[in-house]
Design a protein around this ligand. Structure first.
Ligand code: NAG
Ligand code: ZN
Length: 251
């Protein structure tokens, strides 16, 4: 997805080669060694990761640390030919992007980008850094941009991950979120709100700068939203039938 965005938005003409390297490296590494239980769980359960990182984006700090542990092995050091100054810049840029994928920072990062997008300046380092953060965020949660046949199996995986976490939270007496509860959530209910209130607003903001993503990315998101809304109506109608049948037998 990151490659596609770079290609589609012609970023190789607007960004330096080092920026492209940072974007691709961060995208590949951003979820390394993910345990499948989110930051809230880590913090509430006081896991080793939460203790190590003092509850500050424990997962993203870990993904990034694992990446640079790998690069520090001489047979994996893809940056071996850069001088120390360039390596510093690549390392700092990559850390910044991986840490930006913590969804707890979603509002803050998107707001900061919204303030810049109408007078965006590719020669302004702060603007470029903010755009790179939004780009990796778009890629991170881009599943619903892909064709239904590709995206839907991953939604099943996502829900499975949520259910594993909420089951464990129940077992350990920790707080759980309704949207992760296997008794409450369905595929459509899980996706509709996320597409409407997280994905579409973010991609539409990026669209102001790169209108070409409307057809390729925003339109598929709108179609996915509409499809899940139809599926939800079918689910709701089915539940009504079940309730009526229940009452027929109950009385
Ligand atoms: C992480 O899990 C908690 C439940 O423990 C939930 O409230 C929270 O919204 C989840 N965070 C994300 C980003 O999904
Ligand atoms: Zn991710």
């Amino acid at each position: 997805m990151m490659y596609s965005m770079i290609y589609l938005c012609n970023l190789q003409e607007k960004f330096t080669q080092v920026d492209i390297l940072i974007l691709m490296t961060a995208a590949v590494c951003h979820d390394l060694d993910h345990p499948g239980y989110n930051n809230t769980y880590q913090i509430n359960a006081r896991t080793e990761l939460a203790v190590r990182y003092n509850d500050i984006s424990p997962l993203e700090n870990h993904h990034c640390a694992v990446a640079f542990q790998i690069f520090s092995q001489s047979d994996c050091n893809i940056f071996a030919n850069f001088d120390p100054e360039a390596f510093k810049q690549i390392r700092q840029g990559t850390i910044n992007l991986i840490l930006a994928t913590d969804m707890a920072r979603h509002g803050e990062i998107l707001d900061s980008f919204k303030q810049k997008v109408d007078y965006f300046d590719f020669t302004n380092e702060e603007h470029v850094t903010c755009l790179k953060m939004v780009l990796i965020k778009c890629c991170d949660i881009s599943n619903e941009v892909r064709p239904m046949e590709v995206a839907e199996p991953w939604v099943d995986c996502l829900l499975e991950e949520y259910f594993m976490q909420s089951d464990r939270e129940k077992a350990e007496g920790l707080p759980i979120a309704p949207f992760m509860d296997r008794e409450k959530v369905t595929k459509p209910t899980a996706q509709i709100g996320f597409i409407k209130f997280v994905l579409i607003p973010m991609f539409e903001t990026v669209m102001k700068l790169f209108p070409q993503i409307e057809e390729v990315m925003v339109q598929p998101l709108r179609e996915s939203r509409d499809r899940y809304e139809e599926l939800k109506q079918i689910d709701d109608a089915m539940n009504e039938v079940t309730i009526n049948v229940f009452f027929c037998f109950a009385f």
